[in-house]
Design a protein around this ligand. Structure first.
Ligand code: APR
Length: 411
């Protein structure tokens, strides 16, 4: 191949370029394609990686409604299950909240039970649907930068699977490529405000080859730290252990992990946990961030690229789907009818949902964890007493339970 050929860019174009084939990018691309919009999805990973990456697994009722609305929920209804109960385990005993029933109270309620459906199944369904309907996607294609977003012809530079540079021109670019993707990196300094908060808590996330030990989402509040239990499938269960920051995921043998889960989930009082081999381990800090505004000219952010939530209330994927539907409607109106009200209002509309989700997730994180650097060995601290009181209120107050249910599943 001659130098000129090798250095030749592959020039491509589309009305909308979507970066990232996660829940946000795939819902957006499906909706745009169904509306007849010329769009292409650039995804740096392989199809196999996209289809098998295990992440979240609790979909809110509203997410189910969005997927239903657009014919994207067949797999969810076929293989998903419903989950509507939380079980809190504390030094004062355990109590259960049937948030699925509690949240279905008021008019226009957003409440109801979650769908339990592993995210990799949802992403695989969305990808299959997109490809079956002729959607354009380029795998192994990494977006490097978004340029001229505040100009008239934004473009995306990307690297082809063989390493060659490509340059895609578009009318709009949707950054659905996560917190560390090219979209966020391409926001010119001083054009956005990046809020960041560290909850001071670290989790060891575990994927166990074992059936669920509870028929509920389990939240254990213990002086030794938080422990969590979330079903994924009849044979796979996710557990979390509050973990010392800086300690690697493989620091403890499996036996010690299960023994610690037993202690914190008070298995001696409430029954043994179903043990099994730990398929996956990962340590992550509970941090969150929000980018404001979510638009820079023709570049829009959605999903984790827009905001990252601590996982305590399993809201990330649900916000990603909600933002994708809002953005799809806005871009379709702008491209088919010249109506820019949706794109002009996109950021404010999504930020309202994001901050509501951030507020509840922050409350939930503080409810479940002692603040960092707390020495509860010297007896309960003021914060521990507050936490205990909040849990007592959640146990006994119907109004508090309805507030919890509405916010726990709402987006
Ligand atoms: N170029 C192309 N693709 C990229 C790039 C890049 N530079 N950087 C990241 N990607 C791809 C990733 O490979 C991934 O497939 O973008 C996709 C981002 O997907 P997610 O991280 O799942 O993000 P999103 O769609 O925003 O969903 C966010 O879903 O995973 C759950 O709860 C989790 O909050 C999270 C939510």
């Amino acid at each position: 191949m001659t130098e000129s050929q090798n250095s030749r860019d592959l020039r491509e174009s589309a009305d909308v370029i979507v970066l990232g084939a996660g829940p946000a990018g795939l819902v957006l691309a499906n909706l745009l394609h169904a509306a007849g919009i010329d769009c292409v999805l650039l995804e740096r990973a392989s199809p196999t990686h996209v289809r098998t990456r295990a992440r979240a697994g609790f979909l809110a009722p509203h997410t189910g409604r969005i997927l239903d609305r657009h014919g994207l929920a067949d797999g969810l209804h076929r293989r998903g299950t419903r989950h509507g109960t939380c079980e809190f385990r504390t030094r004062d005993g355990r109590f259960r909240l049937d948030y699925g029933a509690l949240g279905q109270g008021g008019q226009g309620s957003q409440g109801g039970p979650h769908h339990v459906y592993p995210q990799q199944y949802l992403v695989a369904d969305l990808l299959t649907h997109y490809l079956d309907h002729g959607g354009r996607i380029r795998f192994h294609t990494e977006a490097l930068a978004v340029g001229d977003a505040d100009g008239t012809r934004p473009y995306v530079t990307a690297r082809e699977p063989d390493g060659r540079p490509t340059r895609w021109t578009a009318r709009y670019v949707a950054g659905c490529d996560g917190r560390h993707g090219a979209a966020r990196r391409s926001l010119p300094p001083g054009t956005v405000r990046r809020h960041h908060h560290d909850h001071g808590v670290t989790w060891l996330g575990l994927l166990a080859e074992a059936p669920p030990s509870l028929d509920a989402v389990g939240y254990a509040v213990h002086d030794r730290g938080f422990a969590g239990h979330m079903a994924r499938t009849p044979d796979i269960t996710r557990y979390y252990l509050q973990w010392q920051r800086g300690v690697p995921a493989d620091a403890w043998p499996e036996q010690r992990i299960w023994d610690e889960l037993d202690v914190r989930m008070r298995a001696a009082d409430h029954g043994p946990l179903h043990r099994g081999p730990l398929q996956e381990r990962g340590v992550f800090d509970l941090t969150c961030d929000v980018v404001e505004p979510l638009r820079h000219g023709s570049l829009f952010l959605a999903g984790d690229a827009a905001s990252l939530l601590a996982p305590a209330a399993a809201k990330g994927a649900n916000l990603a789907v909600l933002e994708a539907e809002i953005l799809a409607e806005a871009l379709t109106d702008a491209l088919t009818r010249g109506d820019t009200a949706g794109v002009d209002g996109y950021s404010d509309r999504c930020l309202e949902h994001i901050w509501r989700a951030q507020e509840f997730t922050g409350w939930m994180t503080r409810l479940l964890h002692a603040p960092p650097d707390t020495d509860e060995g010297a007896g309960p601290t003021f914060q521990a007493a507050l936490r205990r009181s909040r849990l007592a209120s959640l146990r006994s107050s119907r109004v508090h339970q309805e507030w919890f249910a509405e916010n726990y599943v709402g987006v």
